[in-house]
Design a protein around this ligand. Structure first.
Ligand SMILES: *Cc1c(COP(=O)(O)O)cnc(C)c1O
Length: 368
């Protein structure tokens, strides 16, 4: 079996450092919002090139708290991508804001031209949550222009894009805030849940620190109705001591797998999904497409031959049953078609070349 992720191999390489991190936190006697979180925030900021980092409990919280810190409130319209983890839209609707979906292009990422048309038609949209899906970077120059032209407040969803850049600019550096996730499968995963917001603005970072801790500006002085959304010392320590130092190497290893796939998958029945021009992907996922009518057969064929394929995502966010309960706007036929055709091949830093070879051979031998 070629798994989609291999945490056993990761653990056999990292366990020494992880256990040292656990011991350090245990011995410190301080388990929530202490030195480890601070040190991790500062090192992640250095890695990313952003001044302020605020650790929170999940990627979903990173998105919701960022939007709230940036003033998004009930009834505000928030433009976003139809294809993403459901957390993206959930963050918007949890604030009682109204999601507006722009269609995707042939990369599966949100189409910035479609966004421009929607923004021209509806001058009331002030927020945008673009998703750097699969680890591919949206064109950040286009994003910057869109932000300026329509005075948008932008929260970049970077849950999949740690390590990705667009023509040398890191994802997350154009928006007012970048939200990321440390869910275990992400490029920088914890051994559990976690997330962070990165921003250039001290003010936004300060409000996030208040929001994540019950809305207290200082101990027992609550200035706003906040959340319990704190990153654990334990996870901060594990990521800083064991995972962050390996992150560049992990992204390189993912890129090596992706490059090999791109070079050697040559089936006429299978489209390797390209990234936007100028994107240097973090290779979080490796999507390919087949004709929608062949997808079930292709998935079964690949699985029967031991390939741990997945789908990102089988349904766009705006077709999820839960969204039937809230107001939203947008018509996204291309996203619907993309989801019906997408298959994610295994990609992770611990894949062996024999596994990569097996995936390529099985892909190239599939016939509809
Ligand atoms: C994983 C993910 C999230 C949510 O992160 P959690 O930590 O699971 O809450 C949000 N957006 C995208 C694009 C993701 O992949």
């Amino acid at each position: 079996m070629v798994p989609a992720n291999d945490f056993h191999r990761q653990w056999s390489e990292t366990s020494g450092d992880v256990l040292d991190a656990v011991r350090a936190v245990g011995e410190s006697g301080w388990y929530v919002l202490g030195r480890e979180v601070e040190a991790f925030e500062s090192e992640l900021g250095e890695f990313w090139g952003l001044d302020h980092v605020v650790g929170v409990a999940s990627g979903l919280d990173a998105l919701e708290l960022s939007l709230r810190a940036l003033g998004c409130k009930a009834g505000d319209r928030v433009l976003t991508s139809p294809i993403s983890a459901f957390a993206t839209v959930l963050a918007i609707v949890r604030l009682d804001a109204v999601p507006v979906f722009a269609d995707c292009d042939d990369t599966g990422l949100v189409d910035l031209d479609a966004c421009r048309r929607i923004l021209e038609d509806d001058g009331s949209i002030r927020y945008f949550v673009p998703v750097h899906l699969f680890g591919q970077a949206l064109d950040l120059e286009d994003l910057r222009e869109l932000k300026a032209r329509f005075s948008l407040t932008v929260v970049e969803d970077c849950a999949q894009s740690i390590g990705a850049s667009s023509r040398g600019l890191a994802t997350g550096t154009i928006g007012d805030a970048a939200a990321t996730s440390f869910y275990p499968t992400k490029n920088l995963g914890a051994l559990g849940d976690g997330g962070a917001v990165l921003t250039r603005s001290r003010e936004v970072a300060d409000s996030l620190r208040v929001l994540r801790d019950y809305g207290q500006a200082r101990k027992y002085r609550h200035t706003t109705l906040g959340y319990n959304s704190r990153l654990d010392e334990l996870h901060a320590a594990i990521m800083r001591r064991a995972h962050l130092p390996r992150l560049r190497g992990w992204v390189d290893a993912r890129r090596h797998v992706a490059d090999t796939y791109r070079r050697e998958i040559g089936s006429p029945h299978l489209r390797v999904v390209p990234g936007p021009p100028g994107s240097s992907s973090s290779c979080h996922l490796f999507p390919v497409q087949v004709l929608p009518e062949h997808k079930a057969d292709a998935l079964a064929f690949l699985r029967d031959r031991g390939i741990g394929v997945a789908e990102h995502y089988p349904l766009p966010q705006n077709e999820q049953e839960a969204l039937g309960q809230v107001a939203w706007r947008g018509d996204t036929p291309r996203a619907a078609a993309f989801c019906r055709s997408e298959i994610s091949l295994p990609i992770h830093p611990y894949m062996t070349s024999a596994e990569v070879r097996q995936v390529i051979e099985v892909c190239n031998s599939w016939r509809p």
